[in-house]
Design a protein around this ligand. Structure first.
Ligand SMILES: NC(=O)c1ccc[n+]([C@@H]2O[C@H](COP(=O)([O-])OP(=O)(O)OC[C@H]3O[C@@H](n4cnc5c(N)ncnc54)[C@H](OP(=O)(O)O)[C@@H]3O)[C@@H](O)[C@H]2O)c1
Length: 298
């Protein structure tokens, strides 16, 4: 991962943030890093709608819930239609799983990790992006979309086998989601000029994301997460550190930028600077979604 030293944003203390009036949606805001963001943003006055399977914050003022199984593209489409994009200031995508050791397929026939961690985001984004921020007459900044993944890490994906039908490897599949999410940012920044789009790379953080890969509550999983917890910041610390970035006025001119775990701007993965490759990857992703009869908005 390489730092982009050509620009920087002015940092402010998270404790000084006033998010009164900010409306946010966090897709994947029911657990892990997304949940840490939703709780911190709500504590600073934002109104947050979280999308996920299990709501854990019904007692927290300022957080609402949309229930959905985002392994299904038709559910993603429904969520995209239900989200009040016109009034949203900030959208964060943190939905994710990690590919299992053996290939898992959704009821719609899509590999599970690709469906949850990447394609559901593509479907939701296509629904909401054209409407984002259209109904915020007083707004000082364009609506912003933050897509979490592992951008800048050099992954380009396996363009000719996005559904892992020719060959399955958990890491290979997960890297397709990593590459896809980085390309979503780069593509959306060019495609939709009414909003701005950014990638977030949180580094390693102790959460439940690796359960599917390592096995829930196995010794291997407990040891791995314990080590990660020992060596890296918690989801709460990361979310607190990054929230000032989400509302910084300095981001407006930098749609398409990516940020590392400390919020420093980083460069995109080299292969993804090739626009024709990004176009081909996005087209193959759209083709995979259309196989399950879900029509994408433009
Ligand atoms: N943690 C890390 O070390 C790490 C490292 C690099 C990148 N990331 C990225 O950070 C993002 C967040 O990861 P995390 O570590 O916070 O993961 P996490 O703790 O497992 O949280 C994942 C979120 O996705 C939701 N989700 C999972 N399956 C779903 C489904 N079928 N339908 C609807 N929602 C579903 C979960 O909701 P429910 O609990 O309600 O099901 C939860 O809100 C991901 O994009 C991940 O790739 C994480």
């Amino acid at each position: 991962m390489k730092r982009d030293k050509s620009w920087t944003w002015r940092r402010v203390a998270p404790s000084s943030l006033n998010l009164n009036g900010i409306k946010a949606a966090i897709v994947g805001g029911t657990g892990g890093i997304g949940r840490a963001f939703s709780r911190f943003m709500a504590s600073r006055g934002a109104t947050v709608v979280v999308v996920g399977q299990t709501f854990r914050d019904s007692k927290v003022p300022g957080i609402e819930f949309i229930k959905a199984d985002l392994s299904l593209m038709r559910e993603a489409k429904r969520v995209g239609e239900a989200l009040p994009a016109e009034t949203l200031d900030i959208v964060i995508f943190t939905t994710g799983v990690f590919a299992a050791p053996k290939r898992q397929e959704t009821a719609e026939g899509i590999e599970q990790d690709m469906a949850v961690s990447y394609l559901s985001r593509l479907v939701i984004l296509r629904e909401i992006a054209p409407r984002l921020g259209k109904d915020r007459p007083e707004a000082k900044m364009k609506s912003r979309v933050f897509i979490m993944g592992f951008p800048g890490s050099g992954q380009a994906g396996t363009l000719d086998d996005l559904n892992a039908e020719k060959y399955y490897g958990a890491m290979r599949v997960h890297m397709n989601t990593v590459a896809g999410n980085e390309m979503l940012v780069l593509d959306a920044a060019k495609r939709y000029l009414n909003a701005t789009f950014f990638g977030l790379n949180p580094g390693l953080i102790k959460t439940d994301i690796r359960n599917n890969f390592l096995g829930q509550d196995t010794l291997k999983s407990r040891f791995t997460e314990w080590m990660i917890g020992l060596l890296t910041p918690s989801a709460e610390t990361y979310a607190e550190r990054l929230t000032p970035l989400l509302v910084s006025p300095d981001l407006d001119a930098h749609s398409g930028a990516m940020f590392d775990r400390k919020g420093f701007a980083i460069l995109p993965s080299p292969k993804l600077m090739d626009r024709s490759y990004v176009n081909a990857f996005i087209a193959a992703s759209e083709a995979l979604v259309s196989r399950v009869n879900v029509r994408l908005s433009s």
